[in-house]
Ligand binder design. Structure first.
Ligand code: AMP
Ligand code: MN
Ligand code: MN
Ligand code: MN
Length: 354
């Protein structure tokens, strides 16, 4: 058997970058991605792979295999924003679904974090700090998922305070508009009571619209009143992409562009978004989501590669009523992806259980 250093062809390493770089411990994920390819192609075992790649004890194949098969979900919601389950119920459901590595990403709030954290400790789920931030980019609203930041960092505290104030003002205006446009009374107060929040998001307004017979279902409520262009849509001065990404980065976390295919952007526009997002320090792309068609899959893979981004993924679970969307339902990592947790601080790296 030839144990000379292996120089994989470009083909082997499609997307894995320059092949001289990934040797040794510094870029172990690239080594693994290459090794997995070589292994599957040439039927080599891990011992041989280690020699071929000049990697030693730093290269823990068990850990790497574990990472590739890790059950993770970095996008979901609780009653602290617009989800149906309390943080405790959510973590319990995730544990039941076999999720090992979880981020609760409520919209512009960390209110669910302390409770979720406690439940995660009790249930043996590794929970990392998370949030989904509404931002403005040109005249559009985009969502940025923030992961593995310090939740007590002043930049995060300030970000949440700013977004919450914007949300309270927006909810009050939305209520006023619904009182007129949908002939309701006290829509804001009702949404506020139903949600137990001073800043109820649009799904709570959708629920009261349905309850009062103003819309057939949530989707209809959005189409008729709540989505951009409709009478109760309130343009909101969200933080910019740059501001949100800076705050997350300053707090030691990673910014991920959420559900890139759900903004109705053309390929060209999405690439412009990603150019700005990565220039601001955004590193992750939520590429691992179910329900993408083949073209969308190709597009996200292309973006991961061209913008050198880290793959993140999540279910965007909101409620058990959406039976087609379950916690932990996230497509697996492939050897072509670099998982987003590679950029997490040590404290939030996946726990080695191999
Ligand atoms: P908000 O954060 O208040 O703007 O509400 C955004 C949330 O509303 C999203 O995270 C979804 O949960 C939900 N949503 C957005 N668009 C729709 C839609 N067309 N139909 C149903 N729910 C929607
Ligand atoms: Mn939501
Ligand atoms: Mn979203
Ligand atoms: Mn979401």
């Amino acid at each position: 058997m030839n144990l000379a250093p292996y120089h994989p062809s470009k083909d082997d390493l499609q997307g894995a970058g320059d092949y001289d770089a990934p040797r040794g411990k510094d870029n172990v994920w690239l080594v693994v991605r290459a090794a997995v390819k070589v292994q599957s192609k040439e039927n080599e075992d891990w011992k041989v792979i280690k020699k071929l790649f000049h990697v030693d004890a730093h290269f823990n194949e068990g850990q790497m295999v574990k990472e590739m098969t890790l059950r993770f979900d970095f996008h979901c919601h609780s009653t602290a924003s617009d989800g149906a389950l309390s943080p405790t119920e959510l973590v319990a459901r995730a544990a039941g679904a076999g999720v090992e590595y979880l981020a609760l990403t409520d919209h512009d709030t960390l209110a669910g974090w302390p409770e979720a954290h406690k439940a995660a400790v009790d249930l043996g789920v590794q929970l990392i700090p998370g949030i989904e931030i509404s931002v403005q980019w040109e005249s559009r609203e985009l969502h940025i998922v923030g992961l593995a930041f310090d939740p007590a960092h002043p930049a995060i505290v300030e970000l949440v305070a700013y977004q919450q104030e914007a949300r309270v003002n927006r909810a009050k205006k939305m209520g006023e508009r619904l009182d007129k446009a949908a002939c309701m009374t006290d829509a804001y107060r009702k949404a506020s009571e139903l949600s137990g929040q001073v800043a109820p998001g649009r799904p709570w307004f959708a629920q009261i619209l349905v309850a009062e017979g103003k819309a057939r279902n949530d989707q209809h409520a959005f189409n008729r009143f709540l989505k951009p262009g409709q009478s109760a849509f309130v343009k909101t001065p969200w933080l910019t992409v740059e501001q949100a990404v800076s705050a997350l980065t300053e707090a030691g976390g990673v910014a991920v562009l959420a559900h890139p295919t759900r903004y109705g952007l053309t390929r060209k526009k999405l690439r412009t978004v990603l150019k700005d997002f990565t220039a601001a320090g955004g590193r992750g792309l939520e590429s691992l989501t179910v329900g993408l068609n083949p073209n969308q899959k190709m597009l996200v893979e292309e973006c991961l590669r061209d913008f050198d981004m880290l793959a993140s993924g999540g279910s965007d679970f909101h409620t058990p009523r959406q039976t087609w969307l379950e916690l932990g339902k996230v497509p697996p990592l492939s050897e072509m992806h670099t998982p987003v947790w590679q950029a997490f601080p040590t404290a939030y790296q996946p726990v080695a259980t191999s």
